[in-house]
Design a protein around this ligand. Structure first.
Ligand SMILES: [Mg+2]
Length: 230
């Protein structure tokens, strides 16, 4: 029997790699550098950062603005003395040095080898993402990776998916599954491009009243073995 899918487009952060864990390590190292990490600042950073990325997805700010002004704004909120530009450089360096697998992600990629093509689709900064793709070994376990900064567009922009599909030999959107943890980036983008989508909802946060509906929903990456027939 023919497999339904021949290509898996897999998001990187919080799908294959535990970005939240790397982010905690990097922000903690950064705050140490500027005189100590307060509990309040450590807890606040992820949601502060997420709000900026949501604005980027909506096209309200550019990636350049996000990267350059992120820490100036954050330091102001928490009364920390430090140069925002220097902090941005240090933070990205710390982040690039940390790659931690999500549960079951390495096993999934190993199982996919020789059975289905896997390409990484990531909204991110090349100098952060490329070292993580390499140090984790994801570059060796997949068929390619497409970082949005290099592509020139971010998910969910359909132009990101058009550019990616143009780089995949024999790409067929009807035989492609888009996997990711973000409704607004991965699922919205994959759907707009006309692919089946699979939301990786590790913590069971998805609410059926959301107006973006994934085609499939999984709580564990091992649920993909059956879906992908691997
Ligand atoms: Mg993600």
């Amino acid at each position: 029997m023919n497999k339904k899918y021949s290509v898996l487009l897999a998001d990187l952060d919080n799908t294959l790699l535990d970005f939240s864990a790397s982010e905690r390590i990097a922000i903690s190292r950064l705050l140490e550098h500027y005189g100590g990490a307060t509990e309040k600042a450590l807890i606040d950073y992820p949601s502060y950062n997420d709000s900026l990325w949501k604005r980027l997805e909506k096209g309200e700010i550019t990636r350049d603005q996000l990267v350059k002004t992120r820490f100036a704004g954050f330091f102001k909120r928490h009364g920390i003395n430090g140069d925002g530009g220097e902090a941005a450089f240090l933070y990205q360096k710390y982040l690039s040095e940390s790659a931690i697998w999500m549960d079951g992600a390495e096993e999934l990629l190993l199982k996919c080898r020789g059975k289905i093509k896997v390409y990484v689709i990531s909204n991110g900064i090349a100098t952060v993402q490329l070292p993580r793709v390499r140090s984790s070994g994801i570059d060796k376990l997949t068929d390619g990776h497409f970082i949005s900064e290099i592509i020139g567009y971010n998910k969910p922009d359909i132009r990101y998916f058009e550019a990616v599909s143009g780089k995949i030999p024999g790409f067929d959107r009807d035989k492609t599954l888009v996997l990711g943890d973000s409704l607004t980036a991965d699922i919205a983008g994959g759907k707009a491009f006309g692919c089946d989508t699979c939301l990786f909802d590790k913590d069971g946060k998805y609410n059926v009243t959301e107006n973006i509906k994934p085609y499939l929903l999984i709580r564990k990456l091992s649920e993909l073995y059956k879906i992908l027939d691997i």
